[in-house]
Design a protein around this ligand. Structure first.
Ligand SMILES: Cc1ncc(COP(=O)(O)O)c(C=O)c1O
Length: 458
């Protein structure tokens, strides 16, 4: 690392911050990338270098990186009521407006909304409510939570236990007992020769059923999954997957939690991923694009069945003993509500339906690149997988870190992507234009060529 002045942001960062999802030793040496400001789909570092952010930050900056309109709403709300909570029956209008709106646009009939601050909190709460629900209906032994390998639901202890990310369990002593993971539905990587997507999906559903039978159906409380996997690689479900999986969940009377944290609010070309794939969840968690990433807010929508069980618990116990200080924070709810108004006024879903096919088409062209084995996506979400041998779908040795290599070359070409192993996910701000998508493609093309040179030279 070149010498840093002790007053530089980089040096002060190294001296003071522990970064999530970062190699802490390498960080001491390499220091941070400093993002100074943003506009539209672009962010600028402290040298003034412009990057097209094809990851929308962490799948969340749906309206880009600066908004006068949302800033005004936050400002006005802070002047009027900058904080209050929802404890002990207290409320404020901003929270009510948002909850009503979410119930109105929910993909399936939902009864109530719990407001919180992050996707992890929403999923953690969903898991607790699955336990609470089964206790309330007289089945307290129904406690096991089933997620999927490579599924991701957050970093809190329960939400990461439900996630199938082995790297995030290591040395934390997680997952907690009672959290199980079924197959990773990665058709391209894991299908047998000659196996169709439908057949593969059937095999995935059978694996879920076998897991439930082996564990004992009377002990299985809920299944949690994302309509499209994000941190699992920007991975769309194979044909027939959701129909077959939901039949198993229903058969064993488990609750279904749809994690819409990245799919919600237009990403897949509908308001919800649940609409794109015809999901019928009992609970829906959402966050990220709910506030265009501009305020830390999430919501958990629950159906009547779950809420009525919670009422029974209040009849028994009195208090619904759960809550967060910042749940329903009025600044977060006001900004989220305004974000939803912007989506409606600008027909954001219509926009995604118009530009999404263009993104899928231009990125699919990279399937011909020597590094690329698989390109698939939906709406404004695409995953591109690098393989060592296209004919046999052989993966690179993970130690070569080819995904990280492509990401590094992408940055050198002014493009921010999100790599997950050797898969690169694209989830640009929803406001992206066709011209900007073409810009993503040309920068990515250069990055892939540069990475290919490096791979061949190794
Ligand atoms: C599908 C999904 N669920 C949950 C989360 C966790 O959300 P948060 O980081 O806001 O806790 C994420 C974060 O990326 C996610 O992608």
């Amino acid at each position: 690392m070149t010498h840093l002045s002790p007053n530089s942001v980089q040096a002060r960062d190294i001296a003071s911050i522990v970064h999530p999802q970062t190699n802490l030793v390498a960080h001491l040496e390499q220091g941070p990338m400093v993002i100074e400001h943003g506009q539209g789909c672009y962010v600028y570092d402290d040298n003034g270098t412009r990057f097209l952010d094809a990851a929308a930050g962490l799948w969340c900056a749906s309206l880009g990186y600066a908004s006068e309109r949302l800033a005004r709403v936050a400002y006005e709300q802070m002047r009027k009521l900058g904080y209050y909570h929802l404890y002990r029956g207290t409320t404020n209008e901003a929270g009510v407006d948002l909850a009503e709106k979410l119930l109105q646009i929910a993909p399936v009939p939902m009864s109530k909304v719990l407001l919180q601050c992050s996707g992890s909190e929403a999923n953690d709460t969903a898991i607790k409510l699955a336990w609470y629900y089964h206790a309330a209906i007289g089945k307290p032994d129904k406690r096991k939570i089933i997620g999927r390998r490579m599924g991701y639901h957050g970093s809190t202890s329960a939400s990461i236990s439900a996630s199938g990310k082995a790297d995030m369990h290591a040395d934390f002593g997680l997952p907690f007992p009672g959290f199980l993971h079924t197959e990773y539905p990665h058709y391209y990587r894991h299908h047998y020769d000659g196996e169709s997507e439908e057949q593969f999906s059937g095999r995935m559903a059978e694996a879920l059923e076998q897991l439930i039978e082996a564990e004992g159906p009377e002990s299985c409380a809920a299944f949690i999954a994302e309509p499209v996997m994000g941190a699992g690689g920007g991975l769309t479900p194979p044909r027939g997957y959701w129909e077959k999986m939901q039949a198993v969940i229903r058969k064993y009377d488990m609750l279904f939690i749809a994690d819409e944290v990245i799919c919600g609010f237009g990403r897949t070309g509908n308001m919800w991923g649940s609409q794109t794939y015809d999901l019928r969840p009992d609970m829906i968690s959402c966050a990220k694009a709910l506030s265009a990433g501009m305020q830390p807010i999430s919501a958990l929508l629950i159906n009547k069945r779950v809420f009525e069980a919670m009422l029974d618990e209040s009849r028994k116990l009195g208090n619904f003993a759960h809550g967060f200080t910042y749940a329903g924070h009025p600044v977060t709810t006001a900004v989220a509500m305004e974000t939803l108004r912007i989506y409606e006024e600008t027909d954001m879903i219509g926009h995604v339906r118009r530009v999404g096919p263009h993104m899928q088409q231009v990125l699919r062209r990279f399937a011909d690149h020597p590094l690329v084995g698989d390109v698939r996506g939906v709406g404004l979400l695409t995953g591109i997988e690098m393989v060592a041998d296209k004919a046999t779908r052989t993966l690179f040795d993970p130690a070569r870190k080819v995904g990280a290599m492509v990401d590094r070359h992408a940055r050198a070409n002014g493009l921010i992507t999100r790599f997950i192993g050797d898969r690169i996910a694209f989830s640009p701000p929803l406001i992206i234009t066709e011209a900007e998508i073409d810009d993503v493609a040309s920068r990515l093309g250069r990055a892939l060529d540069d990475a290919w040179e490096e791979v061949r030279g190794q």
